[in-house]
Every structure is written in structure tokens, then in C-alpha cells.
Design a protein around this ligand. Structure first.
Ligand code: GLN
Length: 231
């Protein structure tokens, strides 16, 4: 019998959970604002940022997530999660989009185009190399992906990638100067932002990088990593 397809957001949550378990981290899902008091880090996953923002609003999660960002505990926004973590999101058809903010950058929500224009590419990320000068490439899975157009002075660029020349939308988004490369991963203190989906590969180095950020920015090691409901 043909099984029912699992919703993609459920698969993403399961994959995050499995990779975190592999590196010894217990993940729990955050459904209520007060649950954030009991976790040491937060992952805001991919999905659809307008829907996620509406659901986060409905569950009154915005104030608690903003407070969490300001505690200095590590927060990782990936894809739609990156859009929510950015100070400014552009590229939506209808009006503005509520964001958590904190990450000093401007993100274009659908820079790389529609679902059909999703793609995979190799990224070079020196910070992921196990030893200095060691192999640093990682697979980037870009699904209806955003890109980072501008960053503030405190933001460290971890990865960029070429702007596809055959995609009409990216040519328009890249603007007058027709950017040749665009930023797809950044870090600012306790905040990590990735435009692609590291959890959809078998590579756990991004998760380990995030874990290390927790050790650097806080007293306690990262024991629990959580994701909000409703993506
Ligand atoms: N472009 C999507 C948005 O606006 C994000 C896509 C993703 O998370 N894979 O929310």
C-alpha cells in the first residue's frame, strides 16, 4: 500500500532531531513561550516565514523569542528561520513581515526563486574545517531559498555562493550592480544564520559548530536545542 507522504516540515524537524542526537544533544519542541526558560539554545527551522510568523504570533512566541535572543544563548535560524532572525526582511509581495530580529542583516525572502528553482551546490566554509587549512567544503541544499543582501559591521560572513545567471529573479534581486556572489551563512556573536538546509545532509558539522557557539557564549554546555511549533 502506498503510505501517506510526510509533510516536509515534519521531515525537517525529525532530521534536526536525529542529527542533534547523533552529536549528543537532546532536542525538545517549543510550543509555549515559558518553555524557552528551560533550554540552552534555540533552532528556528525552515518552512514558510509568513506562516511561521502568524503562528508564532498566535502562540505569543515573539516576545519570548526576542528575550531569548537577548540573553546571549545561541540561536540558529535556517532558511525561513534566518528570515525571522534578521533585522530586516525584503521581497514579500504583501506588506511587511514581522521578524524576531537581532541578526544585523537584510534578507531577501525568495532571492533564489520558487520551489522549482531550488538547487544544491558546494559551499566553501573555512570555519567548518576540522583543522586549519583542511577540507572546508559542505553541501548546501537551497529550497525556495533566501539570501543575505547586506550585513552590519558585527556580522561575520561564513559562506557565499554565486548568483545563478539563468534565473531571472536573482538577476533582478542582485540589483543594478548585478552581484556575482551573494551571502548565504553568517554569524553574529550568539546568532547563526544559514540560507540553506544543513539538516537535510548527513553532515553534522553545522550542528557541531552551533554547539561550540553555545560553549563559547554561555557558562553551561548546550544540552537542549529547541524549535518553535508551527512551521
Ligand atoms: N522563502 C521561504 C520563506 O519566505 C523560506 C523557504 C525555506 O525555509 N525553505 O519563508
Amino acid at each position: 500500500a502506498q503510505g501517506r507522504a510526510l509533510p516536509s516540515n515534519l521531515i525537517i524537524r525529525m532530521k534536526f532531531g536525529a542529527t542533534l542526537r547523533r552529536i549528543g544533544v537532546r532536542g525538545v519542541e517549543i510550543r509555549k513561550p515559558e518553555q524557552l526558560d528551560n533550554v540552552d539554545g534555540l533552532i528556528i527551522p525552515g518552512g514558510e516565514s509568513t506562516t511561521m510568523a502568524k503562528l508564532a504570533n498566535y502562540h505569543n512566541l515573539f516576545p519570548a523569542m526576542r528575550e531569548f535572543v537577548s540573553t546571549g544563548k545561541p540561536v540558529w535560524g535556517t532558511c525561513a528561520g534566518l528570515i525571522l532572525l534578521a533585522n530586516k526582511a525584503v521581497g514579500q509581495k504583501l506588506g511587511g513581515q514581522e521578524v524576531i530580529g537581532g541578526l544585523d542583516c537584510t534578507v531577501h525572502r525568495n532571492f533564489f526563486g520558487s520551489q522549482l528553482e531550488s538547487f544544491e551546490t558546494l559551499l566553501s566554509v573555512p570555519q567548518l574545517a576540522e583543522k586549519e587549512g583542511g577540507p572546508d567544503s559542505c553541501r548546501g541544499v537551497f529550497i525556495r531559498a533566501p539570501a543575505i543582501l547586506e550585513v552590519g559591521p558585527d556580522v561575520e560572513v561564513l559562506a557565499d555562493c554565486p548568483v545563478p545567471s539563468d534565473n531571472a529573479r536573482t538577476i533582478i534581486c542582485a540589483g543594478e550592480g548585478k552581484k556575482e556572489r551573494v551571502i548565504v551563512a553568517v554569524r553574529q556573536g550568539n546568532l547563526l544564520g544559514t540560507a540553506f538546509h544543513p539538516e537535510l545532509t548527513s553532515d553534522s558539522r553545522w550542528h557541531s559548530f552551533f554547539l561550540k557557539m553555545g560553549k563559547e557564549t554561555g557558562e553551561r554546555s548546550l544540552e537542549c536545542v529547541s524549535a518553535p511549533e508551527g512551521y
